[in-house]
Write a protein that binds this ligand. Structure first.
Ligand code: FAD
Length: 322
């Protein structure tokens, strides 16, 4: 089922989440444990992130380093297939431009189509850690909208090879990312919104937002999108803050502001448990207000930690017979 079909069902669950594939060398059991903990809250769908390659240096002799390319969290396609099979849940694999040629992207989309995935979130991806700026592959896409065009083409049966005849069309429902606090590279919010609108005009059917900690930023963003003629569902992304270190890490990595009241409550906490409780109380209040205002669903960034998300889902939604 497509995400848009799920969201248009008035009785749909108001809870979804994003999972990270385990690190290479780890078993898929960690994903199953996360799912087992979250299934009682009847998630509407689950996103699975995609991670591009990174460079690592290995010492191969005295003073000699060898540069190697590794993909630390492979498995997105396999995890989606496994979750659909095991939990009968819709999955949304993320697909990214960074590190992929257009041919590799086409082949990944064919795999996804064959295993029955009907949804993708089309993203640009970030720069490799060792590079300052995002660089597209010579034969890859530079922006999410270019990747989106490729999926839209495939949905029309248009493959890269113009000589292919009698092709079948895929039928992907495509989501894209949006940034209530502006994408960090955008020169200003209006420019960022202009590109977002172009993604929607090109075929994106819903938007999932970057995490935010001040609901006012989300509501303002939705208003600005609606004023700009963007009518698709805008799903709010939530992340429960769990450690004091995240006070600096989250703004650094995700380019988001943390409200002073949240910062103060974390700074006042005396123990790790109190920090986590402060973060969860904050996120619970955010979730309650967002649900009251009728958001399409609450989308939780679990970032490898399931308990805080499960606890907030329990508080705001309660368990559901599944
Ligand atoms: P784009 O839409 O391409 O935008 C990038 C920047 O360029 C923006 O500043 C935009 O304003 C501008 N822009 C857009 N189009 C054009 C154009 N045609 N010409 C000029 N400027 C343009 N990263 C991963 O690597 N893996 C993941 O699984 C992943 N999941 C994510 C899920 C969500 C919900 C979100 C919000 C982010 C996720 N990211 C992920 C991070 C994302 O890849 C980065 O934020 C990335 O820097 C931008 O991706 P985008 O798709 O928004 O890019």
């Amino acid at each position: 089922m497509k995400i848009t079909e799920i969201l248009s069902d008035p009785g749909h669950s108001r809870f979804s989440m994003e999972l990270l594939p385990p690190l290479k060398g780890q078993h898929i059991d960690s994903i199953y444990r996360t799912m087992d903990a979250l299934m009682p809250y009847n998630p509407a769908f689950v996103d699975v992130t995609y991670h591009r390659e990174e460079y690592v240096y290995r010492e191969v002799g005295p003073g000699l380093l060898q540069k190697r390319t590794v993909r630390k969290r492979p498995g997105t396609v396999g995890i989606c297939a496994a979750l659909m099979n095991r939990y009968q849940i819709e999955t949304v694999p993320h697909i990214i431009c960074g590190g992929f040629s257009v041919e590799e992207t086409e082949n990944a989309l064919i795999d996804l189509d064959f295993v029955g995935v009907r949804n993708v979130l089309a993203l640009r991806g970030d720069a490799i850690r060792s590079e300052g700026r995002f660089k597209a592959e010579a034969d890859g896409h530079a922006y999410a909208i270019d990747l989106l065009h490729q999926v839209v083409d495939l949905n029309k049966g248009i493959y890269l090879d113009p000589d292919l005849k009698n092709t079948t069309s895929t039928d992907f429902c495509i989501g894209v990312a949006g940034y209530p606090e502006k994408h960090f590279e955008a020169p200003n919010p209006d420019s960022d919104l202009r590109w977002l609108r172009k993604k929607v005009e090109a075929g994106a059917e819903y938007i999932i937002t970057q995490m935010f900690f001040d609901n006012a930023r989300y509501f303002e963003f939705v208003d600005r999108c609606r004023d700009a003629g963007i009518t698709v569902p805008i799903i709010p992304g939530l992340k429960p803050l769990t450690t004091a270190t995240q006070l600096s890490v989250l703004p650094q990595v995700f380019h988001v502001d943390l409200p002073e009241a949240l910062v103060k409550s974390v700074e006042d906490a005396k123990t790790k448990q109190q920090v986590q409780a402060a973060g969860m109380d904050w996120c619970t209040a955010q979730a309650e207000e967002l649900l009251d205002k009728g958001v399409p669903t609450l989308h939780f960034y679990t970032m490898g930690k399931v308990e805080p998300t499960a606890e907030i889902a329990r508080r705001v939604l309660g368990t559901v017979e599944v």
